[in-house]
Design a protein around this ligand. Structure first.
Ligand code: ADP
Ligand code: ADP
Length: 237
């Protein structure tokens, strides 16, 4: 499903973000990437939907090397690969519904969406997605009137409307308190299981990683220094 072959990334200022990454992730896996700040977790995640572009190697998603992709291919890729951010990235002044439907329409915006006109089926899909993360009652609220945990659930619902094959979550709980963090992790795990969505999550805390991951990838200085099931981490620590 996802395969890194000797992938390196050097930022324009010379910083090495990734160094000879070799990594294979199978369909439906839930992988948590851990490491200190600056280890390269975010660079690793962002390379998988080409928010950053590795400078060497091959990165295969469903068999295609995405490092060769043009704009058109990238747009398609990004509909299949959903992204969750630390700061939710919702349009703050828009309604929850509008935010969620934008996952389906893409960010270009049609005349219809600009006028706030939605098809019945779009509303129904938005509602269903929100219901899966238990927040459907907020459909017509403005995004910035929700708590952090609620906003992250809306972001998950937005990703669900894309019906993605892969979900990438870059520090999705770093701005949330512990109980809310667990709640968000549970929803990510739930959609992973129910829809067989391959999921890669960056986390700061190893205990949280151990609780939710099938597999843990540890990074340091742009390199993978650990890759194994949670049981192996337990034995070592
Ligand atoms: P993490 O997510 O583990 O905190 P990052 O992937 O953000 O790590 O960063 C890896 C390294 O790349 C760090 O040294 C960071 O300072 C550097 N880096 C990240 N983004 C950029 C950028 N846009 N330009 C230059 N260096 C960057
Ligand atoms: P969570 O269940 O995500 O922890 P909170 O306990 O933080 O939610 O929030 C409780 C309620 O307060 C929520 O229903 C939310 O809509 C509301 N709320 C939180 N922050 C704000 C805000 N900045 N403006 C308006 N309402 C808010």
């Amino acid at each position: 499903m996802i395969e890194f072959k000797d992938v390196s990334l050097v930022y324009p200022n010379g910083t090495q973000g990734l160094k000879n990454i070799n990594l294979k992730v199978n369909q439906g896996e839930f992988v948590v990437v851990v490491g200190l700040s600056g280890a390269g977790k975010s660079t690793l995640i962002r390379s998988m939907n080409r928010l950053v572009t590795p400078t060497d190697g091959e990165l295969l998603i469903e068999g295609n090397n995405i490092l060769n992709y043009n704009h058109r291919n990238l747009r398609k890729l990004r509909t299949r690969v959903g992204m969750i951010f630390q700061n939710y990235n919702l349009v703050r002044r828009s309604t929850v519904m509008r935010n969620v439907i934008s996952g389906r329409l893409g960010h270009t915006g049609t005349v219809k969406s600009i006028l706030n006109l939605f098809l019945k089926e779009e509303v129904s899909l938005a509602y269903q997605s929100l219901d899966r993360v238990n927040i459907a009652e907020k459909l017509y609220q403005r995004a910035d009137q929700l708590s952090g945990g609620q906003q992250q659930r809306v972001a998950i619902a937005r990703v669900l409307t894309q019906q993605p094959k892969i979900v990438l979550a870059d520090e999705p709980v770093a701005s949330l308190d512990p109980p809310t963090s667990h709640q968000v992790m549970k929803y990510l795990r739930k959609i992973n299981k129910e829809d067989n969505i391959t999921t890669i999550v960056n986390l700061h805390f190893i205990d949280m990683a151990m609780e939710y991951a099938d597999r843990i990838v540890g990074m340091r200085s742009g390199e993978i220094v650990f890759d194994g099931p949670v049981s192996e981490v337990t034995e070592q620590t």
